[in-house]
Design a protein around this ligand. Structure first.
Ligand code: AMP
Length: 299
């Protein structure tokens, strides 16, 4: 089934206790696409500037990603600079340069409008709405967001939450949006606004799936090699949506397995900086870790 992601394509500069990189490949759509392409072909829509290395686009295409929705325009590529302290649970944003992303409108190439599985990565709700307006008959639409949109464009975000089937948000974002500290209650509160499910990402504490009549709690994979948590959330979403698009459904059981795939792929991603680890990961690596995870949580 066709899987579409719309989001940022970035040059990231990141510092963690384990090292530092400058102007490397990043962005929510890129982490998502690398992760999801381990499961199924992916369509990416995003924008880069004149300075964005062509080899990064070629590498995406080499993974079977349809890059016909990657627009190159005059100006500089979006840049994000962040830092992680010892706990590595939360990124501190040091600088954001919107550049060409500031003008991005999320216009889909005509042949992407039949996309069935749609992930609206973190971005302005107006752009996320615009994408939903263009897809003709999606089977599953899922959105991410961040604190900035919750505080600055709340009404538009609330309208978006009423339009999508699922949400993937981190614990702080969901608390900020709902004003509710208890995560199961906050998840249920969000469901009252329309979606069928909410996935709460809790960093090293794993994730929680909330549906109208169930909860499903997943621990993080206990990796001993965390170098750079950047993209953990987007690669989680990529693993999750990649699995759902591959199996062509979103039943309760499929969603639960999708959360495990998201967990596994995110744990692989954080082992090296930027996209280095996902670039070398294979489907076999994913399945092996999925099995390890199964054994680790069975008693
Ligand atoms: P994650 O760690 O999964 O939450 O996402 C990290 C990625 O999000 C980085 O590669 C950044 O380039 C990208 N990013 C950071 N801030 C923004 C923003 N305001 N809009 C879009 N993408 C962003």
């Amino acid at each position: 089934m066709s899987l579409l992601v719309v989001g940022s394509i970035a040059l990231d500069s990141v510092k963690t206790p384990y090292g530092e990189v400058s102007e490397v490949l990043g962005g929510s759509a890129v982490y998502f696409a690398y992760a999801a392409s381990l499961f199924t072909p992916v369509r990416v829509v995003g924008v880069v500037g004149e300075d964005f290395p062509q080899r990064y686009i070629d590498e995406l295409a080499g993974r079977g990603v349809d890059i016909s929705g990657v627009l190159r325009t005059a100006g500089r590529t979006f840049r994000w600079k962040g830092r992680y302290e010892q706990s590595m649970n939360e990124a501190e944003t040091i600088a954001v340069e919107l550049n060409v992303l500031g003008e991005f409108d999320g216009k889909l190439p005509g042949d992407f409008t039949d996309s069935e599985y749609v992930f609206l990565a973190n971005g302005p709700p107006s752009v996320q709405h615009g994408v939903l307006d263009q897809v003709r008959s999606p089977r599953l639409t899922v959105a991410d967001t961040m604190n900035h949109w919750i505080t600055d464009t709340r009404a538009e975000l609330a309208r978006l939450i009423g339009r999508v089937d699922g949400l993937v948000m981190n614990d702080q974002e969901i608390r900020l949006y709902t004003g509710e500290q208890n995560l199961p209650r906050a998840g249920r509160k969000l469901l009252e606004e329309g979606p069928d499910f909410v996935v709460v990402k809790k960093g090293e504490h794993g994730s929680l799936l909330v549906t109208k009549d169930d909860f499903f709690a997943v621990p993080a994979f206990p990796s001993a090699d965390v170098s750079d948590p950047t993209g953990a959330g987007d690669s989680f979403a990529g693993g999750m949506m990649g699995h759902l698009a591959r199996v062509g459904g979103a039943t309760a059981g499929q969603l639960k397995r999708a959360l495990i795939y998201g967990t596994v792929v995110a744990s692989i991603n954080v082992e090296e900086f930027s996209l280095s680890r996902l670039a070398s990961a294979t489907r076999d690596d994913v399945e092996k870790r999925y099995e390890q995870f199964r054994n680790m949580t069975r008693f």
